[in-house]
Design a protein around this ligand. Structure first.
Ligand code: AMP
Ligand code: FE
Ligand code: FE
Ligand code: ZN
Length: 282
């Protein structure tokens, strides 16, 4: 069984439609793929139909943007939650709305130094999609300022950049509680990805575990090996599930579907724990 539990569509910052992500999953020889757009479940319906057409099982999911009190960004994957649960929906809607204002602020700052307008950015965003720095990167690529998203993130768009602006995001332990309340299975995405910015300390893990964290995404290209050892120890100590995934973004990142996989046993546990919605099987 080839199972990849982390992929994005153009409902957030991936470059393919939800249906195309499922078609790509079939071409990559996957049996199961999770659609995990940032702060949105808007792709689930289209992806569910495409799962049947492409003969690939779909795990409906989402990646919740969070931030600790210390200002450290945390991504929390949620699988099989009820998309209509009011508490969770309220938080992701707040974050999604804040992302819009934040992107506008970043574009205003960038426009002082680069040939960039708000319209240039919106041109790269599907209607209703969750806006992120990758969309600003796409506009900078189109303007010839950088060659690709990776170059934009290595320079102008890093979290240390003077153009960087934060947006509202819930505390990770609160998000874990809300995902559980919505019948979902919360998994800490790429927890030790130091290349993306500061990573959390023991206190945050403890708070998230106490709140009901179910698993750790250990096999992910952004987790350095030393960090993975620490995570394996933590998973063993607290009985957490271990997942492996690609974090596919279509043409927006080099990450390829199936480059990391999750075992069938772990998926079975996720299905037992997730009560908000079901896996879509062809
Ligand atoms: P934001 O959510 O607006 O803060 O932007 C973060 C998003 O940018 C993440 O979800 C990643 O998918 C994407 N990202 C981070 N680093 C890179 C990179 N080097 N190349 C392409 N996309 C990236
Ligand atoms: Fe992303
Ligand atoms: Fe992420
Ligand atoms: Zn992701």
């Amino acid at each position: 069984m080839r199972i990849d539990l982390h992929a994005h569509s153009n409902v957030s910052d991936g470059t393919e439609t939800p249906a195309d992500v499922l078609a790509s999953a079939a071409r990559a020889g996957l049996d199961v793929v999770a659609l995990t757009d940032h702060d949105s479940t808007d792709g689930w319906a289209e992806a569910s139909l495409a799962a049947l057409e492409n003969g690939v099982a779909l795990v409906p999911g989402m990646e919740v943007s969070c931030r600790t009190a210390q200002g450290i960004s945390v991504h929390l994957l949620s699988y099989l939650h009820d998309p209509a649960h009011p508490g969770l929906l309220e938080e992701i809607t707040k974050a999604k709305d804040a992302r819009l204002t934040r992107a506008e602020r970043m574009v205003t700052l960038l426009a002082e130094d680069y040939p960039l307008t708000w319209d240039d950015v919106i041109h790269h965003v599907a209607p209703g999609a969750t806006l992120g720095r990758p969309h600003i990167a796409d506009a900078l690529v189109a303007a010839g300022v950088v060659a690709d998203r990776s170059e934009a993130f290595a320079s102008i768009l890093t979290s240390h950049s003077r153009y960087f602006v934060q947006h509202y995001a819930p505390d990770p332990a609160t998000a874990v509680e809300l995902v559980r309340a919505a019948g979902g299975v919360p998994v800490f995405a790429h927890p030790v990805a130091s290349g993306r910015g500061r990573i959390v300390g023991e206190r945050t893990y403890r708070d998230m575990i106490d709140a009901g964290l179910a698993g750790l995404e250990i096999d992910h290209r952004d987790n350095p090996e030393e960090g993975r050892e620490f995570l394996r120890g933590l998973a063993a100590k607290h009985g957490l599930l271990i997942t492996g995934s690609s974090d596919y973004h279509g043409a927006g990142k080099p990450n390829l579907l199936g480059e990391n996989l999750t075992t069938a046993d772990v998926l079975a546990r996720i299905e037992e724990l997730g009560t908000g919605t079901a896996v879509v099987r062809p």
